[in-house]
Design a protein around this ligand. Structure first.
Ligand SMILES: Cc1ncc(COP(=O)(O)O)c(C=O)c1O
Length: 397
């Protein structure tokens, strides 16, 4: 049969870059494409111990169904992490999610009717666009610079967008640009959300992976009107496979997200929640994160040094103070998708993510996202040097 799909499936399609990235997964290719943390830094022994103990929890509790909002102890532990980070809250304010990604889906489904507008950074996180798509939104986009979303432009966008429902932002070391929203703009964004009565969806998986500079307050901590939904995640600071994320939000919002979560998956895995909770009981997450920060800072430096040495001088890259990515801007007219397909993959044997798919409205072809966390410093050097040679040869064949 030819299935007839619901209208909401109209925008739900495989991403155009999926095929290219699949080619980048071949072992002989040095890929800077994925957003993966470095598996060599996973605390495997400690995770093995907590999983072993979790599975033996008296009464089989860790193998049983659990409250859909999450294990109470884990909610308290997450609240303690948030409080220590300057965003005071209690376990009741925390909803455990299946990764932060689930929060993107639930928030959109809770707030966005077809045609309602989600305001995003331009470019923004591709996974968010994928999550939002089933809610059939329209987008309004706000340009970025070295201080993140340009809030004066946000003010203009909001003034002409009456159906705006939600502002989506990745304020710390944004995916894909690596850029961080400045303090002044955090205040400005909250003031604009208040003035226009909007929800802010604050997505912070990289927040603790800071290499330099002082942490900036979360948008949630600046929120006096209960309009920020804060999303956090253990994926980048512990391991992605746990699929543990969370939302912190005002009770009315959190309760409805919780109802949608029950519909979606009943609950996050009890075993994973128990293991995560035991890990947080036994180990200081932030001292583990300190090790990640040091390792990723070295990799960031290796990538930026290699890019400066090997790329043509007119290619600009961001200098992230944290996170996993830098963002390259090539000369106008350069097509990073075509270059990857025709040159980078077959000749230089290097992959990155072409930037076009991170733009919700008007794809700009002359950008690319480079991940520096997943590869060794030696691979970073080799891969960037090969790509640099290919870029020079492309310029002066
Ligand atoms: C900005 C952003 N938000 C959310 C996620 C999803 O993270 P999780 O593994 O917690 O679902 C990612 C993952 O790469 C991300 O980059």
């Amino acid at each position: 049969m030819t299935p007839e799909f619901a209208q909401r499936m109209a925008g739900v399609r495989p991403s155009a870059i999926g095929e290219l990235l699949a080619l980048g997964a071949e072992p002989s290719i040095i890929s800077f494409g994925g957003g993966y943390p470095d598996a060599a830094l996973f605390p495997t022994d400690r995770l093995e111990a907590v999983f072993r103990d979790a599975i033996r929890t008296p009464g089989g509790a860790a193998l049983q169904y659990a409250p859909s909002d999450g294990l109470p102890r884990l909610r308290m532990q997450i609240a303690a992490l948030m409080t220590a980070d300057g965003t005071p809250c209690t376990g009741d304010d925390v909803l455990i999610l299946q990764g932060a990604q689930q929060g993107l889906d639930l928030a959109a489904r809770m707030l966005v009717d077809p045609g309602d507008v989600i305001v995003t950074e331009d470019p923004t996180f591709l996974g968010a666009l994928i999550a939002f798509e089933a809610s059939q939104p329209a987008y309004a986009v706000v340009p970025m610079d070295a201080e993140g979303m340009q809030t004066d432009r946000l003010a203009e966008v909001l003034a002409r967008t009456p159906r705006a429902r939600m502002i989506y932002t990745v304020p710390d070391f944004q995916n894909p640009t690596g850029v961080t929203l400045s303090l002044a703009r955090r205040h400005a964004l909250i003031a604009l959300a208040n003035r226009h009565d909007l929800i802010v969806l604050e997505d912070t998986p990289y927040r603790h992976i800071r290499f330099s500079g002082a942490p900036l307050p979360t948008l949630k901590s600046l929120d006096t009107e209960g309009r920020v939904i804060h999303l956090g995640s253990l994926s980048k600071v512990l391991v992605p496979a746990l699929r543990i994320g969370w939302a912190v939000a005002a009770p009315a919002l959190l309760a409805r997200m919780g109802l949608l979560k029950v519909a979606a998956d009943t609950q996050t895995s009890t075993l994973n929640m128990t293991a995560a909770s035991l890990f947080l009981d036994r180990h200081d997450l932030m001292s583990h994160v300190a090790g990640l920060r040091a390792a990723y800072a070295r990799k960031r430096d290796a990538m930026l040094v290699a890019i400066r040495r090997h790329f043509p001088q007119d290619i600009h890259v961001t200098e992230p103070e944290g996170g996993l990515f830098t963002w390259a801007t090539f000369a106008p007219g350069f097509d990073a998708t075509a270059f990857m397909r025709d040159v980078a993959l077959p000749q230089a044997r290097v992959a990155y993510v072409p930037g076009a798919s991170f733009f919700p409205q008007s794809p700009r072809p002359n950008h690319a996202r480079f991940n520096f966390s997943a590869r060794s410093e030696a691979d970073i050097h080799t891969g960037i040097a090969a790509l640099g040679r290919a870029l020079h040869a492309h310029r002066f064949p």
